[in-house]
Design a protein around this ligand. Sequence first.
Ligand SMILES: [Zn+2]
Length: 151
Amino acid sequence: MSGSGHEKPQGPVWFSIREAAEYLDIGEPTIYRWMRDGKINVRKVGDSTRFLQEDLDAVIKLIPADKNVNVVREFCAVCHGTELVEGDVRSTGLIYFKPKKTKFWTLKDSLIPITSRMCTRCGHVSITGDTAKLNALRTPEPDAAAGGGKG
Ligand SMILES: [Zn+2]
């Protein structure tokens, strides 16, 4: 026989959700939330959800930056590339995001400026709205706030 007893498996090492949670030292619910939010790259092996170590390592890089949205924006959500080119998304002019339920908000101009970045690695284009403008819109008028409640 040719086995030396020291052969390493050549294939990728797969992590189950539980193993990934242990590797990252977090709870499994966090893994599920990241999967739902698209923060972690998910592989399917048959019917099983698996992760590669590179997927987990990529998330580790994002964890410390999670509290800083400006930093997170600099990562490609698809391939985690860091070289993003900023630009405008154009039709015949600039495109704005318009929230649907603005009638319960203020009646100010509800067009929210957006910025866009394209990943130089995979071509993923991300669009980010101006949250300051959005939250300003959501601030209820004093009169409107009087009659409403939570919900
Ligand atoms: Zn990318």
